[in-house]
Design a protein around this ligand. Sequence first.
Ligand code: NAD
Length: 473
Amino acid sequence: MKTIDKIYINGEFVTPNGTEYFNLISPTTNEELGQVRLGNTEDTQNAIEAAKNAFKTFSKTTASERIQYLKNIKSVIEKRKDDFINIMTEEYGGTFQFASVSYDYMLKSFDSAINLLNSYSFIKTMGESEVQMTPIGVVGIIIPWNSSNGFICSKLSTAIAAGCTTVIKPSEMSAQQTQLILECLHEANLPKGVFNIVNGLGEIVGAEISRNPDIAKISFTGSTNVGKIIAKEAVNTMKRVTLELGGKSPNIILDDADFSKAIPLALGAAFMNSGQACIAGTRLLIPEDKLNQVKSLIKETIPNFITGDPKNPNTAVGPMVSEKQFNRVQDYIQTGINEGAEILSGGLGKPEGLENGNFVKPTVFINVNNHMRIAREEIFGPVLSIITYKTEEEAIEIANDTTYGLQAYVSSSDSKRAYTVASQINAGRVQVNGIGHDPMAPFGGFKQSGIGREFGTIGLEAYLEPRALIQPK
Ligand code: NAD
């Protein structure tokens, strides 16, 4: 049993004023792993004060100083690869496969922030004026549990590149993962107060970050519902917000696609991170006359998506993070059945032999229409809905008929055709014939998938305020 009873403020591990504890439960066995002591409003205010003081000097650092800080953090994280992968599989139930990808993603965040600093010009000329891109101030970073340290690295590295200081509120369920990254950040020896981390509940620590006038910007990743609460509160002090929210990503397979490749890819897109991914391709759009072929390909391929112990390198689908999340996914599977969709694979209940953990059977529904709740709402579990279409135009229409717009997928053997279809999808990222991540390209959502973008120049500029110096001649 581990007890995490420190938060991090102004360069030091400190005991929170908050006295409440939260139990950390293994998603794989439902046994207690440990406890975390939660910070309260006062702790959050102390963290914000430290970040505010640090901003006075950190905002004036040069690009080369910031590059050095980013390199320092990266080199410490590089020494602890196994620890990062192990703690993510143990505490979150992320598969070894996903945790390894997530670890690489953490390191790449620092590379791309360094790249940006090497190429970005903080002083520009616009019209006849000088425009200075200045660090925005103290940034509140609020993140979910599904890739906790990945989000800390991508947001913190951008904040550092911009010259901002930060207060980070991870999910209370990620406390052991947070402890590990904290140890690394501490070892990297940044100036005191540049990053502060407060474990705690959303309604307490997150709410104070959203309300406090000394926070200039919030970078939030999480559900659309909580994103709306944060945005409403933030507007009172006119905080800038970057909101990375939910998704219900469409995956269009065009009739000329190589289905033997596109279907395994589609299952991979739907079940990535055990389905607990905002970018998961959970609506699969296929030509009506290919349904039988798709059904048999899915039956053939789905056994490759091994469900079980996340530590096993062959496992593709691990447990849901919590019992609550397990129940939510079960409720959606029941909803799909009630709505008249047909289960092609998976279904209700736990897979045999995995009764102790929060395991869900990877589930594929056919006979789904785009008005059903299973086609409209984010389930956040390994559940795929297959919807048929008659024409390319109809496929595009269904793909765009959603309140979300985070990511989409298109497969075709004709790259020009795929490009034309991809260019008509209202989503922040469209993946053509594959799944990739470009850390220099923007990431974020259309519609209720969010506000703003992360990564690349657009992501960096979300941490900067332009100041135009007008000197009339
Ligand atoms: P969540 O929205 O419940 O919580 C996210 C964070 O917000 C947590 O740290 C939580 O404590 C905090 N929070 C909760 N209430 C708050 C409040 N009133 N004020 C301030 N902060 C508050 O999300 P979750 O359940 O942890 O994660 C799953 C959700 O995250 C899914 O909807 C998923 O789509 C989304 N997500 C989005 C992206 C993206 O990049 N767009 C990536 C991953 C996950």
